[in-house]
Design a protein around this ligand. Structure first.
Ligand code: NIG
Ligand code: FE
Length: 413
């Protein structure tokens, strides 16, 4: 049995006994051990503490990593991505620079429909290979677990193809992966005036296969003006819930469209985006067990006001942080960038950002007993930073890469 000792860690960050989701003031508390060691056996953390408390380190351990000067953090838990897509959309990026809005681009058949046309023309293998490369890329930036959605198929075959790609990623990757069915991402053109027809297709033809082949863990709906109404969202989510899929929904991105209210009413695991919130939605979310997932890189890319993180945290909400990696609103899956934006633009403290992007992200994927903090029994999913003067420096010096190496499941990648 290969036992690994990581010694002389300048600061071992987010070491905690409890795996529960953090809310309100709890988010600012980040337990850490200075001058620490960590022991890993077969991919699992089996020991940790202060350097002066290990005896005869060299005799007992087969491998030693000297992490002198480095901070060691839990790997990022990115709980909201659309990692499976066939092609990038930089032509729309130019349209946006020239002045078109996200909604105008969508209304002209761009946006999600543009991605759907390309996805339906791609083979499962092509999609797998393109997504595998993205997964490798984000893991190198420190992501150790990730949620991936369907939603660019919008046909029975397309949606199932996407979910089968995610299933294969789960089998082949050492990252922890969760799959979310987002058939209700937008109405395909042939159902533009027949919403009931598309909802029947989702409930009658997509969901039964997804349940039978265990292709998804969660169900998502884009609850938004011009997309799915709160009532449609509820109908679709309830059909998924009957089959064991908890809702994680796109809410309050572009408008006060009732998504947060619907998510809370359904007991959703999370409501995600939240660029456009009012007091009522904040108060409801704070009084619920639903996690609010903030996606600052999407707000940045669409030039929208950032999520009101301070009001949400001060009201007592449980907040997670994710990238929304997708070709239309966030062509980046870099959690370090999302974290820096959260500090700079949303006035989150570095401690809050780390908790929101690790333990609470894990909670938003129900992975909190496996990853998201540094604790005996959890997976050794770790980020080793380059030598930095402090924790705050990681997000202050936002344009530089501070990740020296990443360990997933006890293996350096
Ligand atoms: O989370 N808002 C809905 N869906 C994605 C964007 C999809 C796209 O533009 O391709 C999002 O931002
Ligand atoms: Fe999204």
């Amino acid at each position: 049995m290969a036992t690994l000792l990581i010694s002389n860690i300048k600061s071992l960050v987010n070491t905690r006994e409890e795996n529960k989701c953090l809310r309100g003031k709890e988010l600012a508390v980040l337990p850490s051990i200075e001058n620490a060691y960590l022991i890993v056996e077969d991919g699992i953390i089996t020991g940790l503490g202060r350097m002066e408390d290990i005896l005869h380190p060299k005799k007992k351990f087969r491998t030693i990593i000297d992490a002198g000067n480095q901070l060691v953090l839990p790997a990022w838990c990115d709980s909201h991505t659309h990692l499976v897509f066939a092609a990038s959309r930089e032509e729309e990026f130019i349209d946006k620079i020239r002045g078109l809005s996200y909604a105008e681009i969508a209304a002209r058949g761009g946006g999600i429909l543009n991605s759907a046309a390309k996805l339906n023309a791609a083979t499962e293998n092509q999609l797998f290979n393109a997504t595998w490369k993205r997964l490798e890329e984000v893991s190198r930036t420190g992501t150790g677990s990730i949620e991936i959605k369907s939603g660019y198929g919008l046909t029975v075959e397309g949606e199932l193809k996407m979910l089968r790609v995610i299933k294969k990623l789960k089998e082949k990757s050492s990252l922890s992966i969760k799959a979310t069915f987002l058939g209700a991402h937008t109405y395909p053109p042939e159902f533009r005036d027949n919403h009931e027809g598309y909802i029947n297709l989702i409930i009658g033809e997509m969901l039964p296969v997804i349940a039978a082949e265990k292709l998804a863990d969660y169900i998502d709906v884009f609850c938004e003006t011009g997309f799915f109404s709160p009532e449609e969202t509820e109908t679709i989510c309830r059909a998924g819930m009957k089959l064991g899929l908890k809702p994680k929904i796109h809410a309050n991105q572009l408008n006060l469209s009732g998504g947060t209210q619907t998510g809370v009413k359904l007991g959703a695991l999370s409501v995600d985006h939240l660029e456009t919130m009012d007091e009522e939605a904040i108060r409801l979310l704070a009084g619920s067990s639903t996690i609010g997932t903030l996606l600052p890189t999407a707000a940045f890319f669409l030039r929208m006001p950032f999520q009101p993180a301070r009001s949400l945290i001060d009201a007592g909400c449980a907040i997670a942080l994710a990238t929304d990696y997708n070709p239309g609103s966030s062509p980046s899956g870099n959690m370090n960038l999302a974290a820096a934006m959260s500090c700079i633009q949303m006035k989150m403290l570095p401690e809050e950002v780390i908790n929101a992007g690790t333990l609470n992200g894990a909670c938003a994927m129900e992975l909190q007993n496996e990853t998201g903090s540094i604790r005996i029994g959890k997976k050794a999913d770790l980020i080793f930073t380059k030598p930095v003067p402090s924790l705050a420096y990681l997000f202050y010096a936002f344009g530089s890469n501070h990740v020296d190496k990443v360990m997933i499941n006890g293996e350096l990648i």
